[in-house]
Structure formats: structure tokens, C-alpha cells
Design a protein. Structure first.
Lengths: 715, 187
């Protein structure tokens, strides 16, 4: 459907034309000569209705504007200003014109009715009256003279001469009447006058009383003088003569009467005329004012629309929507403004897109870096130019056993507060970060809560592209296991070579010693034979001892038998304890935590570990004392481990030995290969567990072993 | 919202007051009243005899003496009830005018339909004449005998024949209420 939109100017022109036409018609209707007089009421009503409609329209617009102002809508204040401007611009000249028009109107109307004119009109009427009275008197005298001339004539003669009498008197009609009003004879000017016009009975009564009757009457809108005079000496008969008033006098008196009546009417309508013209003028003023206000509202709508669009567009831009362009409907300054705004939005949109892409890229890089840092096993700390901590990865938290995030914005020394084990690290790293402007690397040993750790730390100062110092990065890795593995591998190689190089000649040595004993003992003197026997026994015993030692090494060098299965460590511990329970001098105390999960391990290997640990403890206590076994599930690095602690009441471990306690050939016993703990450590580590010396335990030696827990599906 | 309610109440009060005022205006007494009206029907022909209390308000007299002609319409309607509706047997409007002639100092009462008139030397005589209205014989079409004839009579002053400037005042001025109420009776 095609919708035809009437242009604004046409609408306004139509409205104004309607108002002007309506008012013009109403104004014309006030003129007495206008044929629109009959329509006056309808025109007045239509004007009032039009005014009410316009008033309603304006009121609605004002109400809407007030509501928009309250809501602080865009363009409402501008609309108010423009409408007020229109009101002032329309009201001031219209009000001025109205005031002077009213004044002029009232003065003009009053001027119509000045005293002179009123007196003149009265005089004119009086003159007309006088002229007519004179005519009436003259006609009466004429009638009296005529009846006087009839004194000597009989009634019959008078009746016969009546036509002649009418012609003599130049009358319209002459009638001979009896005392009772009966017509005896009649003569009329025209043939159509069949009957005379008689006076009413009350007037005829006057004649009967003997008075002459004279009356000025109007017949067919013409004035006539009607006289009735008694015929002397016969008082019983009357002669009625109707004289025409001369044409000229008739017209003049008619004209005077019309003017006088018109003047009287206008005088009477003086106030009403003022009211009516004032009403028309007021309506003109009101409708002009309302039309101006309506025009202001309609025209301002056209101006406000692009501004409102612009505001909407600005709000959209502020909200981050750059696709919403403002429609450019006009070719004027506002249209230019809209075009400029659209161009600006397009440019912002492009810039925003580029910024978004850059941000996205930065975010992607940051996420990548974060993922990279998170996946790194090495801990990474970054510092700003004041060497306050900026970022840290997850590995740093794990290695240092501290939530580094809590220390963002603080320097490294805050990390060591409440953590004396980290003091050594801080003492070494902090000066290096402060002073070194080159990459540096240090191995730093930390005695943490989970044992001794060796950290490989590398510091790198950061510089901006302009060369300014912007901070530093500290990368540290826990290389304890690596170094230990290297040591273990070296010791395994040594053990393998020892087993290979030493064990092979031992059997010939033992056999040769036995052969010497067998061949020469009978041939030698008794003393020599005894000496030989002691020597060969010594050789054989030492060879046996060496074989044992080589076997131990061989065992250490060999890979651990690992037939892993779900293992209840508590049951295994209890089983092994029973084997040692026969000794009354040794007391075992088992301290258990709640809900100890299973571990995945080779039961034989773990039994050997337990035997080694208990054997060491017993040896350390010289066969009497107390062995405390603590078994519990603990949380470590977001996972559950089964922790087994074995504590004895022996002499403990020397501080110097503590560093290397798990290395081969480290022992405080008179006899022993020093491989026991090394093998234990090797077995535990090959099961994915850890073992460490509990440095906090001072009553003897304490070891803490941790195994990864497993959870059966049924659990 | 409260202000709006107040405004509504005020408007309602104004409207009610206006209506009351209008009512009081009309209840204050009329210058023209129907005193008596009688219908006589002979041979399907009706004749209506009306007696009015005919007075002119001071304002109307003033206008009359100022040369303004006053017009009245005498509206007569005769109806009879049928099965479901009222059938109009006769309907007619007589129109009379009253004019004052300054020069002759007399009053003219004119039957505007017949174009006949009578002159009176005084207003009282003219009004007395106008108080009595005798209609001509009114032929009743489809008249049903022995059944009530409803007569509807109203004398209306024609304000629209007043000079245009006077009309807005006449609409609202009680002095110009020279019409009777509608009289309806059954004979």
C-alpha cells in the first residue's frame, strides 16, 4: 500500500487557510447584508470546535513534552525552547494587534452612535411625523370641507355622486356609511377594491360619539390617511375618505423610518456587536496562537527527529554498537551533521575492530603464555621495575609451597616471612635481581617442608625497546630428582661394574684357597698347616663377604621387580610387624589415620622396603626401643597420597650424613654396605613415591614415605 | 497522580455546577407558557384551540422596540398509537412574527405562512391577540375513531432569526427563552 505523506508546510497552510476562511465567513456573517447570517451560529460553533480541537492538540503536545522533559529525553529541552520562542514570537505581535484592534473596534462602534447622529435620527423621525400629521390634518380638513359641500344634498344624491366626490378629493376610496357602520355607497380607485377598508369597531365608536376620525394607516406597504366625518346636518351618515400619501412623502418617510429603525437596532445591538466582534477577534488571536504553537510542535518535530536519531546513535556508540548509522534524510546543516556523525562512527568502528583484533591477539598471546607457563614444570616469577612480584605460574606455587599470588605487588622478601626455609633462596636471589643487569644462574638448596630441594635458579633482567629497565624474570626448577637420578645412575653403573669385575674372580679365589687348604694342609708342619688353614678360612670368609657385597650391589643395580597390583599398605605393615613382634624389647606403636586408600605397588618390593626400614631401626636401637609407625592419607599438590612414617628411638642420624643418607655407601654402622636406604629409595621412587628424612623428629631417626593413592571404582 | 485526581475532581465539580446552573435557569419560570389546549375532532377533521400565557421579557421588548422582528413557530403534531408505533396523523408548523413600526407606532402580528397580518396600536393588544391560537381544520389521515389522539404542541422562539451579533447572547440569556415546553396530551 502506497502511503501518501502530506508535507508539513502543506498541512500548516491548510490549517491556517481553514482558520482564516472560517473566521472570514464568521466575520462576514456579522454583516447584516450578508447571506451568511443564517450560518452564523454554525460558523461560530465550527470555530469554537476548531479552537477546542486545536487546544486539545496543543494540550496533548504540551503534556507529551512535559513527560519527555521529566524523562529527560533527547531533544525535549530544545523543543521547549523552540515552542516558547514560537509562542513569544506569535503572541507578542498578535497580542499587540489584538489590543489595538479591540480598542479601534470599540471606538469605531461607539463612534457610530454619537449624540449628534442620535439627535439627527430623532429629528428626522420627528420631521416625518410632523409631515405626516400635517398631511393628516390637511386631509381631515379636506374631508370636512367636502362634507360641508354636501350639506344640502340628499343621501341618494350623495350616493350617486360618490364617484365624483372621490375624484374631487383625489382619494383612494370614498365610502358613505350609516351610523351603525352599514355601507350605503362606495367608490374605489381600482376595480379590485370591492369592499372598503373599515376602521375597527372601537375606533368607529369614537365617530359615533360625534368626533371626526382620522387615522394614518399602511395598506400594501403604502401609507394612507383614513378620515371619517359626519355629514351635517344629518348626523346619522358618515363619509369615509381614504387619501393616499403622496409618493414622495411616502418614500421619504419610509426611508427615514428604515434608517431610524436600523439605527435603533444598531444602537440596541451595540453591546452585542462589541461582544461578537471581540469574540471573533479573540478567536482569531486564540487560533493564531494555537496554530503557531501547533506549527511550532510540528516543525520542531522535523528538527528534533535527526537530533533524536543522533542521540540514539551516540547512545548506541556509547554502548558499543557501531553498526547503527543515523539515516540522513535532510540536505541541510543537520543532514551534514548526520553524515559527519556517520563517518565518525564508521571510523570508530574500524578503529574498534582493529583494537578488538589487537586485543584479541594480545589475549590469545597472553593465554598462550599463561598456558605455557602453567604447563612448565619450572617455576616462573616476574617482577616489575621496583622488583615487586607481578606474576607467578602454578609451578612456582608448588615448588615454593606458597601461594605467590598473595604477594603480588610486594617484593621477594615478603615470601620468606613465616617461611624461614625460603630465607636462603631470598637472600641469594634478591641481591642478584637488584644488582645484576645480565642473565645469571645459581643452584640454591632449600630445606622445605617436603625435604631438601635443590633449585636451579636463573634470573633475566627485562628491558623495554627503548632500553629502560622494566623488571626481571626469575625461573627456577626443582632439580633434586634430576641430580638424584644422575647419582643413582652413576651408582648403578658402579654397582654393575663391581658385580661384573669383582664377582667373577671371587669364585676362582675361593676355589684356589680351598684347593691350597686341601693340597697343602697335609704336607706342611702343624704350625704352618694351622696358619694356612687360618689364612684360607680368612680368604674364603672375605670372599663370601665380598660375594654378599657384590650381590647387594647387583641387587641395587638391577631394575626393581615390579608386578604392581592394588595393595593395602596397612595390611602389609601389620603383616611385617608380626614378624618382629617376637622381640619383647621392641615396642611397635601403630598410629593410623582415617580412610587410608590403596596404593598400586609390588607387594614383594614394598615388603623388602619395610624389612629394610625396620632392620635399620632395630640396628639403630641396638635391639631395644620403640618403633612408631604412622599411616595416613594426606593431600599433596591437589592429590591424595598415602603417607607412611617410621620413627625409631635410636641414636638418630648425624646432620652431616643427613644430606646424603639415601646415597650408597652412606652408613653409620660398623658393618654394612650402606645400600639399604639407597635400595629403599630406589624401590619407592620406582613406585612413583618419595622418601625423605623427617628433620623435625629429634628422638631418633624418622623417615616419611609417600605413595600415590588409588581409588577403586567401587569406592 | 494525586494532582491529576484533583484536576479530575475539579473538572467534574465544574461540569456538575454548570449543569445545575443550566437547570436552575430553565426552572426559573418561562415567559411563554401553554395555559390551555383543546383538540376537537369532527368528521376526521381536527381543530386545535390554544390559550397561551404570552409575555415578553424586558430584553425582548427592548429588542422589539428597537425594530427587531421576533419569530415564533407553533409546532403541532397529532399522532395515534398503532400496534407497535405511533402514526402521525397530522403535522404542521405555523410561523408568526411580531414587529414594531416606529413611524405608525403600532405592532404587527403576521402569519408568515398565509402572509396575512394584523396591526395593533399597543403591545398588550398584540400579545392578547397572540395568546389565542385557533388552528384551521386539520385533516387526519388514517384516523381511527374511538381511539385516543396524542397531541404534541410546542411554541418555539426562533433565535436564529435574531440579528447575528445577538444570537450568542440569546443562546445563554434566560431573557431570550421565549419558548414553551413541549406539551403532550391525549384526547
Amino acid at each position: 500500500m502506497v502511503r501518501i505523506k502530506i508535507p508539513f508546510s502543506v498541512s500548516i497552510l491548510f490549517l491556517l487557510s481553514f482558520i482564516v476562511l472560517s473566521l472570514q465567513l464568521m466575520s462576514s456573517a456579522l454583516q447584516d447584508t450578508s447571506s451568511l447570517g443564517d450560518m452564523y451560529s454554525w460558523l461560530l460553533l465550527s470555530n469554537i470546535v476548531g479552537t477546542i480541537c486545536l487546544l486539545a492538540l496543543v494540550s496533548y503536545n504540551i503534556f507529551s513534552l512535559a513527560r519527555r522533559l521529566k524523562k529527560r529525553e533527547a531533544g525535549s529541552r530544545l523543543t521547549t525552547n523552540i515552542v516558547l520562542l514560537f509562542i513569544v514570537l506569535s503572541l507578542v505581535p498578535a497580542g499587540t494587534v489584538f489590543y489595538f484592534s479591540m480598542k479601534f473596534l470599540h471606538q469605531s462602534i461607539d463612534s457610530w452612535f454619537n449624540v449628534e447622529l442620535d439627535a439627527a435620527m430623532e429629528d428626522a423621525l420627528e420631521l416625518s411625523h410632523s409631515a405626516l400629521e400635517q398631511r393628516v390634518r390637511w386631509n381631515l380638513k379636506q374631508s370636512q370641507r367636502l362634507t360641508e359641500s354636501l350639506r344640502n344634498k340628499t343621501i341618494q344624491e350623495i350616493g350617486l355622486e360618490i364617484e365624483q366626490l372621490r375624484e374631487i378629493a383625489a382619494a383612494n376610496e370614498v365610502t358613505l356609511l350609516t351610523q351603525k357602520g352599514r355601507i350605503i355607497a362606495f367608490s374605489g380607485l381600482t376595480q379590485s377594491d370591492i369592499l372598503p377598508s373599515l376602521p375597527v369597531s372601537s375606533l368607529f365608536f369614537q365617530v359615533q360619539q360625534g368626533e371626526d376620525f382620522v387615522n394614518l394607516a399602511s395598506v400594501d406597504d403604502r401609507l394612507v390617511v383614513q378620515t371619517i366625518v359626519a355629514i351635517e346636518p344629518r348626523k346619522n351618515y358618515y363619509l369615509q375618505i381614504v387619501y393616499p400619501v403622496p409618493e414622495r412623502i411616502n418614500d421619504l418617510t419610509d426611508s427615514v423610518e428604515f434608517a431610524y429603525v436600523r439605527f435603533q437596532e444598531m444602537t440596541y445591538l451595540r453591546h452585542s456587536l462589541k461582544v461578537s466582534f471581540s469574540l471573533v477577534l479573540s478567536l482569531v488571536l486564540l487560533m493564531s496562537f494555537l496554530a503557531a504553537v501547533s506549527a511550532a510542535f510540528i516543525s520542531v518535530r522535523g528538527i528534533i527527529a535527526p537530533i533524536r536519531d543522533l542521540v540514539r546513535g551516540t547512545q548506541a556508540v556509547a554502548a558499543g554498537y557501531y553498526e547503527q548509522l543515523v539515516p540522513a534524510k535532510r540536505q541541510d546543516d543537520l543532514g551534514f551533521l548526520v553524515e559527519s556523525f556517520n563517518e565518525m562512527v564508521r571510523q570508530i568502528s574500524r578503529a574498534q575492530d582493529e583494537t578488538r583484533k589487537s586485543t584479541h591477539e594480545i589475549e590469545r598471546q597472553r593465554a598462550y603464555l599463561e598456558t605455557l607457563l602453567t604447563s612448565l614444570k619450572a617455576g616462573v616469577l616476574s617482577f616489575d621495575s621496583s622488583l615487586n612480584i607481578r606474576t607467578a605460574n602454578q609451578a612456582a606455587n608448588i615448588i615454593l609451597h606458597v601461594q605467590v599470588m598473595r604477594f603480588y605487588g610486594q617484593d621477594l622478601s615478603h615470601l620468606a616471612m613465616g617461611r624461614p626455609d625460603l630465607m636462603g633462596l631470598v637472600d641469594v636471589v634478591q641481591p642478584l635481581l637488584e644488582k645484576s643487569f645480565d642473565i645469571w644462574q645459581r643452584n640454591i638448596v632449600v630445606d622445605g617442608p617436603d625435604g631438601r630441594k635443590e633449585l636451579l635458579c636463573q634470573g633475566t633482567p627485562l628491558f623495554s625497546t627503548e632500553g629502560g629497565y622494566i623488571g626481571a624474570v626469575l625461573v627456577f626448577d626443582d632439580i633434586t630428582d634430576l641430580i638424584q637420578a644422575q647419582k643413582n645412575a652413576a651408582w648403578a653403573e658402579v654397582a654393575r661394574r663391581l658385580a661384573h669385575e669383582i664377582k667373577n674372580p671371587l669364585t676362582p679365589i675361593q676355589l684356589s684357597a680351598e684347593r691350597l687348604q686341601r693340597k697343602l694342609s697335609a704336607k706342611l708342619e702343624k704350625e704352618d698347616a694351622q696358619m694356612l688353614s687360618r689364612s684360607t678360612v680368612t680368604i674364603i670368609q672375605q670372599v663370601e663377604a665380598m660375594k654378599h657385597m657384590v650381590d647387594d650391589f647387583s641387587e641395587y643395580a638391577q631394575p626393581v621387580r615390579n608386578q604392581a597390583a592394588n595393595l593395602d599398605l596397612l595390611a602389609l605393615v601389620q603383616e611385617v610387624i608380626i614378624l618382629y613382634g617376637a622381640n619383647p624389647k621392641v615396642e611397635f606403636e601403630l598410629m593410623l589415620g582415617a580412610d587410608i586408600p590403596l596404593i598400586k605397588a609390588d607387594a614383594v618390593s614394598i615388603r623388602q622396603v619395610l624389612h629394610n626400614m625396620f632392620k635399620n631401626a632395630l640396628e639403630a636401637m641396638d635391639g631395644k626401643g620403640k618403633i612408631i609407625i604412622k599411616l595416613q592419607a594426606v593431600k599433596k599438590n591437589n592429590s591424595i597420597v598415602v603417607q607412611l612414617g617410621i620413627y625409631d628411638t635410636g641414636g638418630g642420624i648425624d646432620k652431616n650424613q643427613a644430606k646424603n643418607i639415601f646415597e650408597p655407601y652412606v652408613t653409620n654402622k660398623q658393618r654394612g654396605t650402606g645400600l639399604g636406604l639407597a635400595i629403599v629409595k630406589k624401590v619407592i621412587e620406582e613406585h612413583g613415591g618419595t622418601i625423605r628424612l623427617d628433620s623435625n623428629y629429634k628422638q631418633g631417626a624418622g623417615f616419611i614415605m609417600q605413595f600415590p593413592a588409588i581409588f577403586e571404582e567401587t569406592q | 497522580m494525586r494532582g491529576c485526581r484533583k484536576s479530575k475532581s475539579l473538572l467534574l465539580c465544574c461540569f456538575i455546577s454548570m449543569l445545575s446552573g443550566w437547570h436552575v435557569c430553565y426552572a426559573g419560570g418561562k415567559f411563554v407558557k401553554i395555559k390551555q389546549a383543546q383538540l376537537s375532532i369532527v368528521d376526521n377533521k381536527a381543530r386545535l384551540s390554544i390559550l397561551l400565557d404570552f409575555r415578553l421579557s424586558p430584553e425582548a421588548q427592548k429588542a422589539l422596540y428597537s425594530g427587531i422582528t421576533l419569530f415564533w413557530d407553533v409546532s403541532i403534531k397529532l399522532k395515534q398509537k398503532q400496534a407497535f408505533w405511533y402514526k402521525t396523523l397530522f403535522a404542521h408548523t405555523y410561523r408568526y412574527s411580531l414587529t414594531y413600526y416606529t413611524l405608525l407606532d403600532n405592532f404587527r402580528v403576521k402569519d408568515e405562512r398565509k402572509k396575512t397580518f394584523r396591526r395593533f396600536s399597543s403591545l398588550a393588544e398584540a400579545l392578547v391577540f397572540m395568546q389565542h391560537i385557533e388552528t384551521e381544520e386539520m385533516p387526519l389521515s388514517e384516523y381511527v375513531t374511538n381511539q385516543c389522539v396524542i397531541s404534541v404542541l410546542k411554541i418555539s422562539f426562533d433565535q436564529e432569526m435574531l440579528p447575528a451579533p445577538l444570537r450568542p447572547v440569546a443562546y445563554f440569556d434566560r431573557q431570550w427563552d421565549l419558548s414553551t415546553n413541549e406539551k403532550k396530551w391525549c384526547e
